[in-house]
Design a protein around this ligand. Structure first.
Ligand code: ATP
Ligand code: MG
Length: 387
């Protein structure tokens, strides 16, 4: 019987399953030195995340195997500066904590998932930070039935994902760390400096401390719109390298990403993707103009207080594509765009609908007057925003 398990159908595959073929290829492709506990070399981790730039990588003759293709073009997953990804990888190779900070929807979680999948083969050792997160969730808890029946023992201990990562030398992730209370966050200080967790209930036994195996490290993410990183204790801040993840700089790259991700959403539900490139371009342009407070032409735009993230743009593009797939011929997709934009713009402040109207009366009208057909159509749809 085969020992490999086929992952069951899931709405979302973890990165290590979704990209298993690329990870296996890269492990064979680059057999250079790896930090302790790493499955890939630091360079291969970076290639996995930012892609091979459209170039097909060829396995060296000595590394060829029947279960691997001879050549493979590694897809770009995170769109952004290669230097940023390199810095993240170097931080982790030094077994330091990595804190990814940025506005919502800038792919911080995605980057942390890709890094952990590439480095240790698992992105699933994760704690989701909330206002209700307790120290137990970062350290360990107990199976109370066993605890009451037999007293404290290694068998009754319920490890947190972080403790599991320490045992196996893996990468643990803490999502939205700044949403945890500062005193709870501080449980990580001793984990990151002493590299062990003490279990006083088991003192006197071999299980009284759990040391971290080589390779253990931590990636945390923090959203700048939540309670800020400024409230983190100085002791904890010092144990992390901070990296700021920003929005995608290049229009064409952002359009391509939005299209790729929206297509993937439609593929998951087996529906055809039928949204014109021009519509996607208008959608992404509007997002970028509103995000930046300035149109591509340099005209001033009033910024809504919500972030207008790429993640939201992907969600709108997917909705347009789903509408086109499930209600074909009912309406043209363009006519749905202003309503979706309004929904996003109003998320933080309902009064921001007026700012979108201002964008219509400014940039959209001027583009329409310049004769661009799609923008003319969008200008005609202005009424949608005034209801
Ligand atoms: N630079 C980028 N590269 C690739 N995908 C991106 C990028 N920016 C945004 N995305 C898209 O945004 C989605 C959401 O990203 P993710 O949830 O990782 O963001 P986040 O920064 O963790 O947001 P939040 O702060 O709200 O948790 C990704 O799955 C992807 O579709
Ligand atoms: Mg996130």
């Amino acid at each position: 019987m085969s020992t490999t398990t086929t992952p069951a159908a899931r709405q979302v595959q973890p990165a290590e399953h979704a990209h298993a073929a690329e990870l296996a290829f890269l492990a064979a492709y680059d057999d250079g030195p790896r930090p302790p506990g790493w499955r890939l070399t630091p360079r291969a981790v970076v290639t996995f995340i930012v892609g091979s730039g459209g170039v097909a990588l060829e396995l060296p003759r000595s590394a060829r195997r029947d279960d691997l293709p001879r050549t493979l073009t590694v897809t770009a997953k995170f769109v952004g500066e290669r230097a940023l990804v390199e810095r993240c990888v170097v931080t982790l190779a030094g077994e330091r904590g990595l804190l990814l900070v940025g506005e919502p929807g800038t792919a911080k979680s995605m980057l942390s998932e890709l890094l952990s999948a590439a480095i240790c083969g698992s992105s699933e050792l994760v704690v989701q930070g909330t206002a209700g997160t307790t120290e137990d969730q970062l350290r360990y808890g107990w199976n109370y039935a066993l605890l009451l029946a037999h007293g404290p023992s290694a068998a009754a201990l319920v490890p947190s994902p972080i403790l599991s990562a320490m045992r196996t030398g893996a990468v643990a992730r803490v999502e939205e760390i700044t949403r945890c209370l500062p005193e709870v966050q501080d449980a990580l200080v001793s984990i990151l400096s002493d590299r062990r967790i003490a279990v006083p209930e088991l003192s006197g036994t071999a299980d009284a401390t759990v040391p971290a195996a080589p390779g253990f490290t931590l990636i945390a993410t923090a959203n700048l719109r939540d309670r800020g990183v400024s409230e983190m204790s100085a002791a904890l801040k010092r144990r992390f390298n901070f990296e700021t993840v920003g929005p995608i700089g290049d229009l064409a790259q952002e359009i391509a990403l939005v299209q790729r991700q929206a297509r993937a959403t439609l593929e998951r539900v087996h529906a055809p993707f039928a949204v014109d490139d021009a519509v996607l371009e208008a959608l992404v342009t509007a997002f970028r103009d509103l995000r930046a407070g300035q149109s591509v032409e340099g005209w001033e735009v009033e910024r809504p207080s919500t972030v207008m993230s790429t993640a939201e743009a992907v969600a709108v593009a997917s909705s347009l594509a789903l509408a086109a797939a499930y209600f074909p011929g009912d309406r043209d997709v363009v006519s749905l765009l202003p309503g979706h934009l309004l929904g996003v713009v109003r998320k933080d402040d309902p009064a921001d609908g007026a700012k979108l109207l201002g964008y219509w009366d400014g940039a959209v009208r001027r583009r329409a007057e310049d004769g661009a057909r799609l923008w003319r159509r969008l200008w005609e749809l202005r009424d949608v925003l005034t209801d």
